[in-house]
Design a protein around this ligand. Structure first.
Ligand SMILES: Cc1ncc(C[n+]2csc(CCOP(=O)(O)OP(=O)(O)O)c2C)c(N)n1
Length: 245
């Protein structure tokens, strides 16, 4: 029979030593990265465009929320929203490391994740796949002739569907039922933003379990805020994820 000690050791006074925790270890700037060919100019511009788009999108949401922007008649911005102005690099950077097949389950400040998950997935798509994305769009509003190219039309349609969701319209990503804080797009692996603080952990864990059981080659990214660690489901999910399934 296997014997294990279950009693705590109270026999000696001891100290727990915590090693130094390194902060801000990575100091090079973009010029260093370009000089060392760690990133190409094209890739840097691609990421920068996604970040600028995110900032512009969030300022639009902010202005709809504070009524500085007044939508057309029949459109109304409802519910609360959370922005992530200043966190564009973190969100864009995290998503650009994924492929279109990878999953994300994200938190309440996730317009940027949604935006980037779409536009980086479109970069990987063939023309036929891009046309497929546009197949649900209004042909007059999103006719490719109006744009520089097919990709530009698809990106515009992506932004349109995000704003439509924020305005509670049927053409939104979740048919207007979710609002700006609950955008999901399964077609590009976006399993949903979540207003419940910590709500993304079990979704990400479940997706990862499915990936592992189905023997798929996908990564699951779960975006969290530090406050979410106070929700029990965070610990339950991480405990579950670290067990031998
Ligand atoms: C389960 C739950 N509790 C409380 C809230 C209210 N709430 C919304 S945002 C937030 C703060 C979350 O903090 P953190 O995860 O660190 O993200 P931050 O907003 O600071 O970026 C709280 C408590 C909520 N949405 N869900």
């Amino acid at each position: 029979m296997k014997e294990i000690t279950v009693l705590p050791c109270h026999d000696s006074k001891r100290k727990v030593k915590v090693p130094d925790i390194p902060l801000f270890k990575y100091l090079p700037d973009l010029k260093d990265e370009l000089d060392k060919n760690l990133i190409s100019k094209e890739e840097a511009l691609r990421l920068y465009r996604a970040m600028i788009l995110q900032r512009a999108f969030e300022y639009t949401i902010r202005d709809l929320d504070n009524k500085r922007l007044v939508p057309y008649e029949g459109f109304e911005f409802r519910g609360s929203t959370h922005l992530s102005v200043g966190q564009e690099a973190a969100q864009t950077g995290a998503i650009c490391a994924l492929t279109r097949d990878d999953y994300i389950a994200v938190h309440h400040r996730a317009h940027g994740h949604c935006l980037s998950k779409g536009i980086f997935a479109y970069d990987e798509m063939s023309d036929d796949e891009l046309k497929d994305v546009l197949s649900t769009a209004d042909e007059n509003e999103f006719s490719v002739e109006k744009y520089d190219n097919l990709l530009a039309a698809v990106v515009d349609y992506h932004l349109y569907r995000m704003v439509a969701e924020a305005l509670g319209k049927e053409t939104g990503y979740c048919r207007g039922r979710g609002g700006a804080m609950h955008i999901a797009d399964f077609s590009v692996g976006h399993l949903g933003a979540n207003a419940i603080v910590g709500g993304g952990y079990p979704i990400a864990t479940g997706a990862a379990l499915a990936v592992s059981k189905l023997n798929e080659n996908r990564v699951v990214l779960c975006a969290i805020g530090d406050g979410s660690m106070n929700n029990g489901v965070a610990h339950e999910s991480m405990n579950f994820a670290t067990m031998a399934q």
